[in-house]
Write a protein that binds this ligand. Structure first.
Ligand code: ATP
Ligand code: MG
Length: 260
């Protein structure tokens, strides 16, 4: 079982869209996939047609005493082999609890350890906040995928996110491979082109040598969780995500080989 955190402290860079597109891609290649919504705003949860009120069972239950198992919280989506765990608005209150309840930073790692073998891939859709849930995701992840909008200001967010990942890597003493995925790329603008070039210069081979284009067809995320052949979903963004998945899988295979 491989665990990927989809994270960036900057908002609106395509984290949730990336989680859905990669998750769908992995499932269509025959993998059992679990998407976990770690954002109290619950965008991923809503995409699957679940309203946040009344709160569904979900991630909050991983922090209960005793904690629930992921398998009992996972729901099947309409897409074959694609399951998900809901977020609840109350996740925003976890931060306060963590002050007088040590050990909450490892709740997700422990739940995933108990879940080993039940899914092939677990994708963690993070909120754009450096807090307890992001720390849980990074502590548990075998890889962090950082969607980064190809625009100049987003480069600060990328640098900050890499520092956070390195901090967690040092404390857990296990390598944390990073994949930077340029998103929302508008190749017609000079700002977009320059941001992409700088991203590649400053972060080297961790950055994909292509970019997910701006394509409004992917904004209709409900389509991504409908059953059917991928080819039935038009749009350059989704087909580019398929190539991005090839790159991430190749990096993952390489990292596993090096660790062996
Ligand atoms: N390639 C794309 N082309 C056009 N629009 C996109 C693309 N990717 C994402 N979007 C749109 O951009 C917005 C932000 O995307 P998304 O919700 O995936 O980002 P996020 O990083 O998860 O945001 P948040 O930080 O709020 O969780 C959404 O409206 C989404 O539909
Ligand atoms: Mg999101």
């Amino acid at each position: 079982m491989r665990v990927w955190a989809i994270a960036n402290q900057k908002g609106g860079v395509g984290k949730t869209t990336t989680t859905l597109a990669l998750g769908r891609g992995l499932a269509s290649r025959g993998n059992r996939v679990l998407l976990v919504d770690l954002d109290p705003h619950a965008s991923l949860t809503r995409t699957f047609g679940v309203a946040p009120e009344p709160p569904p069972e979900g991630v909050m239950e991983l922090f209960g005493t005793p904690p629930r198992d992921l398998a009992s919280l996972a729901r099947a989506s309409a897409v074959e082999r694609l399951d998900y765990v809901c977020a609840q608005p109350a996740l925003a209150t976890l931060e306060r609890r963590s002050a007088n309840q040590p050990g909450l930073g490892l709740a997700l790692s422990q739940a995933l350890a108990r879940h080993a073998g039940q899914h092939d891939y677990v994708l963690l859709d993070c909120a754009p906040t450096l807090g307890l849930l992001m720390i849980n995701a990074l502590a548990a992840a075998d890889r962090v995928i950082i969607p980064t909008q190809a625009e100049p200001l987003a480069l600060h967010g990328l640098a900050g996110m890499r520092r956070t990942a390195e901090m967690v890597e040092r404390s857990r003493r296990r390598p944390m491979p990073v994949s930077v995925l340029p998103t929302l790329y508008d190749r017609r603008t000079r700002a977009g082109q320059e941001a992409l070039k700088r991203m590649q210069e400053e972060h080297g081979e961790r950055v994909w040598d292509d970019a997910i284009p701006v394509d409004t067809r992917i904004c209709n995320t409900e389509l991504l969780v409908q059953p059917g052949d991928d080819a039935a979903y038009p749009g350059r963004a989704l087909s580019t995500y398929r190539r991005a998945l090839d790159w991430i899988l190749a990096s993952d295979a390489q990292a596993l080989e090096q660790a062996a």
